[in-house]
Design a protein around this ligand. Structure first.
Ligand SMILES: O=c1ccn([C@@H]2O[C@H](COP(=O)(O)OP(=O)(O)O[C@H]3O[C@H](CS(=O)(=O)O)[C@@H](O)[C@H](O)[C@H]3O)[C@@H](O)[C@H]2O)c(=O)[nH]1
Length: 382
């Protein structure tokens, strides 16, 4: 299959591009390298040293004989994007190319405006490119479990049957996102649903939970293929961030009580879910929503798991409940459905101490690269 992976230089996009390439797909990466520029802006870095994209792709070809084409393109540049669609004629477009950090979107007005403009307009341009050039192309869009928020009822996969005043309908599940970033994904979902309805586009919205882990089979060919790993207070996410904190002897930063519960999955399952979506495209005009996660944990549970694995390696790490910089529910009900991808063949790679241990070993290897001043959160929602 001819597949474009937009955002193929990022944490989810890079291992997805390698995996799909290994599976025999004809992969093209579209990326404007902006994730690396945000590191510069925030004076931060990836814990793991990552090669420039051209070199990563060259190394992949040397190791496997498989070519990945790359275009340095911003999805905001419609003429360029449309030209790429004409040249590649994609059968699937995997869209990871968005600003994905909630704290980044909450820094100030400029960052909120940037996040929503970049994400919403970029996605709209993709929808138009599909309509105008390859109307049969399947859009596989990274949404987020955070679109739903934490309602006091079970979260369904995209839609819910509602009875109201004696009538019933199946309607989009209510959205209660918790940051301007998460809101941008809600706006995207609405735009995609509308485009499917009016133009007959086929789309799958993958409402992904928090991704943890680092390694996939593909990075075993060479250390130069290693994925990026974020730890700072803006782009680092729960679990991976806690593991890196343990590696540098920093207390694990639980925000507030830590009873906040979220949906999680291993990066290996991210890439497999995208493959499953690509192999089972949505129908023409269908706006399909899959909840892409495998397990639910509270933040405190994860901190305790990391503490335990670190202890077994002789690292005595504390857990610090710091004042929550976000405005979010800490005590809440959380139960979400995730059967669609499993029904289509996903075999979840569940969180084990071994998983934590492997990432911790890598974090220990590169711990001298950590910029300690970036570890505590410095963006608040207030
Ligand atoms: O050091 C930390 C970091 C986070 N948290 C807490 O952990 C939870 C998750 O925060 P996060 O930074 O790990 O994840 P989040 O901001 O929700 O965003 C991440 O996870 C989302 C999936 S979800 O959480 O919305 O399901 C994706 O959409 C985003 O792209 C990705 O950056 C929050 O309650 C936060 O308060 C801590 O307690 N300590």
């Amino acid at each position: 299959m001819r597949i474009i992976v937009a955002g193929g230089d990022g944490f989810c996009g890079w291992p997805t591009a390698l995996y799909l390439s290994k599976q025999g797909h004809d992969v093209t990466i579209v990326d404007n390298m902006v994730r690396r520029k945000w590191d510069d802006e925030l004076r931060s870095n990836s814990l793991t040293p990552i090669l420039p994209l051209e070199e990563r792709v060259k190394l992949w070809e040397e190791k496997t004989g498989k070519k990945i084409a790359i275009y340095d393109c911003d999805l905001m540049h419609y003429d360029f994007l449309k030209e790429i669609f004409k040249q590649v004629q994609p059968e699937a477009f995997v869209h990871f190319a968005e600003q994905r950090s909630a704290p980044y979107s909450m820094i100030d007005r400029e960052h909120a405006v940037f996040t929503q403009t970049n994400n919403v307009v970029g996605n709209l341009n993709v929808l138009y490119a599909i309509k105008e050039v390859t109307p049969d192309c399947h859009l596989i869009k990274l949404g987020t479990m955070g679109e739903y928020g934490q309602p006091n009822i079970d979260i369904e996969e995209g839609y819910i049957k509602i009875e109201h005043k004696g009538r019933e309908d199946v309607l989009p599940f209510p959205k209660q996102p918790g940051s301007f970033y998460h809101l941008s994904k809600v706006h995207d979902s609405h735009n995609i649903q509308f485009a499917c309805k009016i133009w007959g586009i086929r789309a799958t919205d993958l409402n992904q939970g928090i991704v943890y882990g680092l390694h996939t089979e593909e990075d075993e060919y060479d250390e130069g293929l290693i994925n990026r790993l974020d730890y700072d207070g803006v782009f680092g996410t729960a679990l991976n961030r806690f593991i890196i904190q343990a590696a540098i002897g920093h207390d694990i930063t639980v925000y507030g009580s830590g009873k906040q519960t979220r949906a999680f999955l291993n990066i290996k399952d991210t890439i497999r879910c995208v493959e499953i979506a690509a192999e089972n495209p949505a129908d023409k005009g269908e706006f399909r929503v899959f909840n892409q996660f495998t397990e639910e944990f509270s933040v405190l549970e994860l901190a305790q798991k990391v503490q335990k694995v670190a202890e077994a390696k002789g690292l005595n790490i504390g857990i610090e409940h710091i004042e929550n910089p976000r405005i979010e529910k800490e005590e809440h009900y959380y139960k979400a459905v995730n059967t669609s991808l499993i029904d289509l063949g996903l075999e979840p790679s569940l969180l084990t101490d071994d998983h934590i241990s492997r990432t911790l070993d890598t974090a220990l290897k590169y711990k001298d690269r950590v910029l300690k001043e970036n570890v505590l959160p410095n963006v608040t929602w207030k």
